[in-house]
Design a protein around this ligand. Structure first.
Ligand code: GGG
Length: 365
């Protein structure tokens, strides 16, 4: 008897509300075809309207409400016209990541056939790598404060925090990923000349963790030249591991190099499965295009496929069905990008719903 999975569906703000239904549409098509048991529950909080009504992004018992879930399928957060971005982000997404110990943020970067590449002379296959972002500490802490605010003596401090536990576990995950890929290559993103305490320390942790992976070639690069190489030599990357902030920047730059951030998916993973993992597009709520029905839903749809691949390895899962469903969604995305309807970010005129419908039809066929 195969088990079922409970999925929390949280749209959030802006285009999150438009792309999430398309992701669910595709997952339901996959569920019908492959016999998956997915039960979706919609949660109408973790958005800025909820904040304006209640004074908080989420209800006090949000953790209890989500703890019984097997995964969270999340749209986007942020509506800066009404709520400052740091309040909406720290009140929702960053709480999920920290409280559910989703310490891996896995963000694939890939150039698809049919997608115009802004970089010269690049073809599909040239760009296909994974960014592994540390997701619970580093530069993303709320530790610090402002002294003498509003005066000439104003002073601000914000701390970065790196722990051996936190660095080692994300490095181990990245080494394992690289070791399982044909190229066995890991780039470690740091800034060990300028940030002269924590970054050489991070490089040292990579050396220590890497002793268990003698077949993985390690390339330590400063973040500044690394961003240049993302643009100039993207084919040299296989797996890239980075701290929270550097990983955030690299995983927006990577997809921009492959045509549009509208394709970029992510998984916020708790690999031990003690808590639900969260799957979301890399893009945010995009207030500039929200409400027009023109957002690209493919990042949301691909994030759903990543969720199925993660659930495939859950205890009691009929993994083969979930992996087959993942592969079918990826194949449908590939075909749709070759000859299907396109949203404006890819030079087309199709609506979000038309692209979602086209991919759902391909998945269900
Ligand atoms: N779906 C992704 C999203 O809502 N992103 C908003 C954002 O600003 N995220 C920052 C981060 O991922 O750390």
């Amino acid at each position: 008897m195969t088990r079922s999975f409970r999925i929390a569906a949280i749209a959030g703000d802006g285009i999150g509300k438009e792309v999430l239904p398309e992701g669910i549409k595709v997952l339901e098509a996959a569920a019908r075809r492959f016999g998956l048991a997915l039960e979706f529950t919609q949660f109408d909080w973790a958005n800025c309207d909820y904040y304006l009504q209640t004074g908080a992004m989420m209800p006090p018992d949000w953790k209890e409400q989500l703890s019984g879930m097997d995964a969270i399928y999340f749209g986007a957060v942020g509506w800066p016209a009404t709520v400052p971005d740091h309040i909406s982000l720290w009140g929702s997404l960053l709480k999920f990541r920290r409280e559910f110990d989703q310490y891996i943020n896995l963000r694939p970067v890939r150039l698809f056939d049919g997608v115009p590449c802004p970089l010269a002379n690049r073809k599909p296959g040239d760009i296909d790598f994974l960014v592994v972002r540390e997701n619970t500490e580093g530069e993303y802490t709320n530790l610090g404060g402002i002294m003498f605010p509003g005066t000439e003596r104003e002073m601000v401090i914000q701390e970065s925090v790196f722990t051996r536990h936190g660095a080692d576990r994300v490095l181990k995950y990245a080494f394992e990923l690289a070791n399982a890929r044909p190229r066995r290559h890991l780039t470690v993103a740091t800034k060990s000349n300028g940030i002269a305490i924590s970054m050489p320390w991070w490089d040292g942790r990579a050396d220590a963790v890497g002793t268990a992976y003698p077949d993985v070639a390690v390339d330590k690069q400063h973040i500044d030249i690394l961003t240049a190489r993302f643009v100039l030599q993207p084919d040299r990357f296989d797996v890239v591991v980075a701290s929270n902030l550097f990983g955030d920047i690299l995983s927006d730059l990577g997809p921009a190099c492959t045509g549009t951030i509208g394709l970029a998916p992510s998984g916020n993973l708790n690999p031990e499965r003690n808590f639900p993992s969260l799957f979301e597009p890399v893009h945010g709520s995009a207030p500039d295009i929200a409400g027009k029905g023109i957002a690209n839903p493919i990042a949301m749809i691909w994030s759903g496929a990543m969720m199925l691949a993660f659930l495939a390895d859950a205890p009691g899962a009929d993994g083969a069905r979930y992996r087959a469903a993942h592969d079918a969604i990826l194949a449908a995305i590939e075909q749709s990008l070759r000859d299907g309807p396109r949203t404006a970010d890819l030079g087309g005129k199709a609506t979000t719903a038309q692209v979602g419908e086209a991919i759902a039809t391909l998945v269900g066929a």
